[in-house]
Write a protein that binds this ligand. Structure first.
Ligand SMILES: NC(=O)c1ccc[n+]([C@@H]2O[C@H](COP(=O)([O-])OP(=O)(O)OC[C@H]3O[C@@H](n4cnc5c(N)ncnc54)[C@H](OP(=O)(O)O)[C@@H]3O)[C@@H](O)[C@H]2O)c1
Length: 228
């Protein structure tokens, strides 16, 4: 799919990796970017329309889709990590991760599938993680694994309408989400570039870094090798 001239939606598009997506879409000639936030952040490029949206709220996402009828590229970027442990954390922390990382992704996909169809198919990019596959036992990782399954299902369901469905996997990336970790991190701009390059060549999957490529290569082996 060609990015030049696209009208995109980036959930969580005003900070972190989402802001890098918004910037890279503009740099590649996007006609318009709807960038959502639950806060009051703004953007100074006239091609960016900021939208207040919580992806956990299915009705709000559906209402927004009824107004944003020109979208032909959806970037399901919004995500949440509570730091939960599957066995010992309050179950609500795990549920919140699933609510945003799985059901939020699904709310957006369900609301925008008809919009994408009406605009010729377009593309849906879901932001996953290397932690869709490797695990320490957190709710976040389990939610990202579930989201990967959702994306694969959506690919089957949206193929007949000509929608490209792409999954993005990445390791540590320099955003607020992992600001507390003192580890080597990707530049979010490099991740956004890799993802949009992938959309440009109609890729169904983008592995944005070496760790994602390494962990993906372990999937046919013993799952014990996926324990971090
Ligand atoms: N950073 C990493 O190392 C890393 C690695 C692998 C995958 N990822 C994934 O990359 C994506 C972006 O994360 P990030 O690193 O940029 O994290 P971040 O800095 O914590 O930003 C999270 C983004 O998600 C949005 N968001 C969270 N909950 C939302 C909700 N209920 N409704 C709408 N928007 C919501 C936030 O928007 P507002 O707060 O402005 O509303 C913000 O834009 C996520 O899917 C994350 O899981 C990140």
């Amino acid at each position: 799919m060609k990015i030049d001239g696209t009208t995109a939606l980036v959930t969580g598009g005003l900070r972190g990796l989402g802001a890098a997506f918004t910037a890279e879409l503009l740099a590649r000639g996007a006609k318009k970017v709807y960038a959502t936030s639950r806060g009051t952040a703004s953007h100074d490029d006239p091609r960016v329309e900021t939208v207040a949206l919580d992806v956990d709220d299915a009705a709000a996402v559906a209402a927004f889709a009824r107004t944003a009828t020109d979208v032909d590229l959806v970037v399901n970027n919004a995500g949440l990590a509570t730091g939960s442990n599957l066995l010992t954390s309050p179950l609500d922390d795990v549920r919140r991760e699933f609510e945003t990382n799985v059901f939020g992704v699904l709310h957006v996909a369900r609301a925008f599938a008809p919009v994408l169809a009406a605009n010729g198919g377009g593309a849906l990019l879901d932001v996953h993680s290397v932690l869709s596959w490797a695990t320490t036992g957190s709710g976040y990782e389990a939610s990202k694994a579930a989201a990967w399954g959702v994306t694969n299902g959506l690919r089957a369901l949206l193929a007949p309408q000509g929608t490209l469905v792409t999954g993005l996997h990445l390791g540590y990336t320099d955003t607020d989400m992992i600001a507390h970790l003192d580890v080597p991190k990707n530049d979010p701009r490099d991740v956004a570039r890799a993802a949009l390059d992938g959309i440009g060549r109609d890729a169904t999957e983008v592995l944005a870094d070496e760790v994602s490529r390494q962990v993906k290569s372990l999937l046919s082996g013993d799952p014990a090798a996926l324990v971090l």
